[in-house]
Ligand binder design. Structure first.
Ligand SMILES: Nc1ncnc2c1ncn2[C@@H]1O[C@H](COP(=O)(O)OP(=O)(O)OP(=O)(O)O)[C@@H](O)[C@H]1O
Length: 307
């Protein structure tokens, strides 16, 4: 049985007339990085605020580490680390002083954790440099270090890669992967940009206008966006044997609906169609398929593109 760190059921949040989150049912497992993707105003921050107790649901339930009810949730939330909206840094302090400040506020006696965290997020050599002189990526990593102070089992980060340059994105990606692998943490990270988050997350949760549109793994996302020929035939077994014997490829996949995805010969459609024809395979479809990440995201949210 999978143990979930978080389970929401029909989670709904309304402000006056506006339903900003509509019946969100989700489960997060340890050791995975979940990318929460949605355009501005989709409801990502609202969901994170509900999980961390900064705001309360209008209806629906939240279960944390197998526990429900506001009293239990308050206790279980100690197992969550979060950075929501922006890192809460004191800009006139160094990285170490910032971590120390939060360590003392939270009553954590272990002083060694300061250097451990600096090392972990790659800020060990920043010495006396003040946070106001840090790059955006360094500030985000310091914010993550502060969120890690309580050794959380669930880490929630709101747009930690927003505005970072490619190097900054890779640094955060590597850090999150390390946390996930070494500490078996569950990580929920939001972004308004699927391509930007691509490969950072192991699972993608797509929200739009407060609704959960899709949950899929990185492998499924790759599969859907990977370019291929989609071939439909009433004789899929013979089709596959022609692919192997005549086109000498095993780079194909038979789908549950018996259509076949071919990942070879993408620039030689004529050859594929000729060989199939010469071998007596009647096909009802031979088309180029596969999307860019951006187009895939737009198709999932219903073809609408806002700011
Ligand atoms: N306190 C509030 N009162 C009224 N409406 C709110 C409140 N907080 C959020 N909203 C609305 O809820 C919707 C979702 O906002 P939310 O901040 O969760 O979106 P988001 O996906 O995080 O977007 P962004 O990427 O812009 O931060 C928006 O339309 C926002 O205006």
């Amino acid at each position: 049985m999978t143990e979930y760190v978080l389970k929401t059921t029909d989670l709904t949040k309304s402000y006056r007339e506006a339903n900003v989150l509509k019946q969100i049912s989700l489960s997060l497992a340890p050791g995975r990085i979940y990318g929460l993707i949605g355009q501005n105003g989709a409801g990502k921050t609202t969901l994170m605020r509900l999980i961390t107790g900064l705001s309360f649901p209008s209806s629906g339930t939240i279960e944390l580490f197998g526990h429900q009810g506001e009293k239990n949730l308050q206790i279980e939330r100690k197992r969550i680390g979060s950075m929501i909206e922006y890192p809460s840094l004191t800009l006139s302090m160094t990285a170490k002083e910032n971590i120390r400040l939060h360590r003392i506020i939270r009553g954590i006696p272990n002083k060694e954790i300061e250097d451990e965290l600096l090392q972990l997020v790659g800020l060990a050599d920043t010495g006396r440099k003040k946070a106001k002189n840090f790059s955006l990526g360094m500030k985000q990593r310091l914010g993550i270090a502060i969120a890690l102070l309580s050794s959380p089992e669930l880490l929630i980060l709101d747009e930690p890669i927003n505005g970072l340059d490619p190097v900054g994105v890779i640094e955060i990606r590597n850090l999150l992967k390390k946390l996930c692998e070494e500490r078996h943490m569950a990580i929920l990270i939001s972004s308004h940009n699927l391509p930007e988050l691509y490969q950072t997350a192991t699972d993608y949760i797509i929200v739009h206008q407060g609704e959960l549109k899709q949950v899929l793994t990185l492998e499924q996302l790759d599969e859907r966006c990977k370019h291929h020929f989609l071939i439909r035939s009433s004789e899929p077994e013979r089709l596959v044997s022609v692919l192997e014997m005549q086109l000498h490829t095993t780079n194909y996949k038979v789908m549950p609906d018996q259509s076949v995805k071919l990942y070879d010969y993408l620039d030689d459609k004529e050859k594929v169609s000729r060989v199939l024809f010469e071998n007596g395979i009647v096909i009802s479809n031979l088309s180029n398929e596969g999307d860019t990440l951006e187009n895939y995201f737009i198709s999932v949210i219903g073809g609408e593109q806002h700011a």
